[in-house]
Design a protein around this ligand. Structure first.
Ligand code: ATP
Ligand code: MG
Length: 252
């Protein structure tokens, strides 16, 4: 089945991480299905927006794709194999409340490079270049935890991008940011995309999804409601919860 994006698993490089594919992913807690047989693959450069109302299962799906939680049913593969720590630097993950080490902004990036196996002699220059790409070089020696929320978000993305990831999984990376800070993040996301990364972006900001996305995936009640090219989605999402969500109607 050559048209099946999930079939792209087969025969890819065994050292990379793409495609990141979830097949029939299910997750339940306390007798409730939170994610219900969702299949999703991101494998080509571009931005996939993951939309859906609060509680739809977006963050859980993203965490499963990132290899951070194991599904109860189905499986996640990176380039055809189970996620593993050795390739974690190829899959950048940023949450909207990033966890920063109690060190300078520079050292946070250096630490990520160390974890990715970058030789010590290269780390400082690469970290400074990464900070500069996000306009954070003036804050290199500032303790990361005293940076503003928007600066920390940008640092988290810069840190994730410094190791040259093939994929970026972003969970509301611009939530609570002012327009300029959100724009700075979006610029970094587009830079990663232009560099060939596959980006999966959870957002509640439909204008952001219109600006960035090539493809839109919509979740509702733990199930996949739509998976369409962005222009087709915004021209007229299919009937049902995905349409109601985009039109701003209440979805039960
Ligand atoms: N550990 C858990 N135990 C029980 N229920 C959970 C657990 N984690 C998440 N849930 C529930 O699973 C559902 C999906 O959660 P998830 O965080 O994926 O939603 P979301 O789509 O990211 O929502 P939001 O837009 O509010 O961030 C929610 O109803 C949540 O309460
Ligand atoms: Mg969430």
């Amino acid at each position: 089945m050559p048209d099946d994006p999930l079939a792209a698993d087969a025969g890819r490089t065994r050292t990379g991480a793409l495609p990141i594919a979830g097949r029939d992913l299910s997750l339940g807690r306390d007798g409730r299905m939170l994610v219900d047989r969702v299949s999703l693959a991101v494998g080509t450069p571009g931005v996939t927006a993951l939309l859906g109302p609060n509680g739809a299962g977006k963050s859980l799906l993203l965490r499963m794709m990132a290899g951070l939680i194991a599904p109860d049913g189905g499986a996640v593969t990176w380039a055809g194999r189970s996620p593993d720590r050795a390739r974690a630097h190829l899959v950048g993950v940023v949450f909207h409340r990033p966890v920063m080490l109690r060190r300078s902004a520079l050292d946070n990036v250096r630490f990520a490079l160390k974890a990715a196996g970058v030789p010590r002699s290269e780390r400082r220059d690469r970290a400074m270049a990464a900070l500069a790409s996000g306009g954070l070089d003036p804050l290199a020696s500032t303790p990361a935890r005293v940076l503003s929320g928007g600066e920390q978000q940008r640092l988290a993305l810069v840190r994730a991008m410094a190791t040259g990831p093939e994929a970026l999984l972003l969970d509301e990376a611009t939530a609570h940011l002012d327009p300029a800070s959100a724009l700075a993040i979006e610029t970094l996301v587009l830079k990663a995309r232009d560099g060939g990364a596959a980006v999966l972006l959870v957002t509640h900001d439909l204008t952001q999804a219109r600006r960035l996305a090539d493809r839109v995936v919509c979740l509702h009640g733990g199930g996949l409601e739509a998976d369409l090219a962005a222009d087709a989605f915004f021209r007229g999402p299919p009937a049902g919860p995905a349409r109601a969500f985009v039109e701003g109607r209440l979805v039960a």
